[in-house]
Design a protein around this ligand. Structure first.
Ligand code: M6R
Length: 366
């Protein structure tokens, strides 16, 4: 069942280019060909709403957090995001001119399901983004969009996360088009970029060897920080969650700009700081935060593209070079090295990667 891999997690990380291509074939007419077009189900008219509320737990909630950047910047659609365990008890006011969107790999997470039931008669539509199409969350939603990741066995969510991001990005493009923020030609250009993603992901998987050779040193750390800006901030949260859940190393993700508001006090030469920074319009700002870390002898591991590594790699403890990627797709691509870092560090520590202590694949109690 592990198809020659040592762990389900390794298999599921490696499957990402293929399952993502499946998802694209499902949601994009002519994916990879000329004139690609979105193929989303009826009933997703984003002119009908003035707010989107997204709710999930754990990794799925970080997918929502990334998507908030996309919906707001590409479609001018205000978004709320919350973790389901807080949302359900907060009594959040919900408008009839909004949709609530629930993201869940299993579709059975108790808090997410309860949050869905709370939202049920308060919003215009309940949308679910799920991996298991027969799940409770899929059944109780007005509209369920499968992510088509295939069965995910490893407790640490990997391929479900990147497929969730892909589906959410396509929804954000639809929202941008519906709301007049993106022209049909712009959407088409984004979809053409999407077709390159499986290839770019294969490239990122090629970093496994380099990452493995860093893992012994990472495995010695007591604490690890992940930093990112913009949509890479939730990626930093995801990288930290992945590392702590399977390697049991204490890890935190921060928005790069928040560092100086407290966490920088933690930095010394024993704290690896993993910086997720494609060379985009926010790069210079992230680099200046990174330099604050280096000035305090923090061990920076920079994840960027060739231009970013050439510009800012000097003085870093290590740098990993990813392929250059369109901004929209960067969080999907950068998830891969974050997963590989967690995986190889856990292997170096000898933990049970697929069944980490205290965790269950599907959390059906609150
Ligand atoms: O099945 P769900 O997507 O609803 O699960 C949500 C979280 O329990 C899940 O993402 C959890 O955080 C993973 N172990 C993360 O790797």
């Amino acid at each position: 069942e592990k198809a020659g891999y040592k762990h389900f997690m390794a298999k599921e990380i490696a499957e990402q280019p293929a399952v993502l291509a499946d998802a694209l074939r499902h949601y994009v007419e002519n994916s990879g060909g000329v004139n690609p077009a979105l193929r989303l189900p009826e009933g997703l008219d984003f002119t009908q709403i003035d707010r989107l509320t997204m709710v999930a737990c754990g990794t799925a909630s970080y997918a929502c957090h990334v998507a908030k950047y996309w919906f707001e910047s590409l479609a001018g659609l205000p978004c709320d995001i919350d973790v389901a365990s807080e949302f359900r008890y907060r009594e959040p006011p919900l408008s009839a001119r909004s949709w609530a969107l629930f993201v869940s790999q299993s579709g059975e997470t108790a808090d997410t399901l309860a949050a869905l039931r709370y939202a049920k008669d308060k919003v215009a539509k309940i949308v679910a983004v799920v991996n298991v199409s027969t799940s409770s969350i899929a059944r109780e939603a007005d509209l369920a969009l499968p992510i088509l990741a295939g069965i995910e066995v490893g407790v640490a969510s990997t391929k479900a996360f990147t497929c969730q991001l892909a589906v959410l990005a396509l929804l954000a493009l639809k929202a941008g088009q519906d709301r007049g923020r993106l022209t049909a030609a712009q959407v088409q250009a984004h979809l053409a970029d999407f077709a390159l993603l499986p290839g770019l992901m294969n490239h990122a998987l090629g970093l496994a060897g380099e990452i493995e050779s860093l893992s012994d040193q990472l495995a010695e750390a007591q604490d690890v920080l992940f930093l990112g800006r913009g949509p890479m901030y939730p990626l930093a949260l995801e990288g930290a969650l992945k590392l702590k859940e399977i390697s049991y190393i204490h890890a935190e993700g921060y928005a790069s700009g928040e560092l100086k508001h407290g966490p920088i006090a933690l930095i010394d030469n024993r704290v690896p700081v993993i910086v997720l920074a494609p060379r985009d319009h926010l790069f210079e700002k992230t680099v200046s935060n990174m330099q604050e870390v280096m000035a305090r002898h923090g061990k920076v591991l920079l994840l960027s593209d060739a231009a970013g590594v050439a510009e800012a790699g000097a003085g870093c403890w290590q740098a990993l070079t990813l392929p250059q990627v369109p901004d929209l797709l960067a969080p999907i691509l950068y998830a891969i090295p974050a997963q590989l870092l967690a995986y190889h560090t856990a292997i170096a520590k000898g933990t049970d990667v697929d069944q980490p202590r205290n965790l269950a694949k599907s959390v059906t109690v609150e």
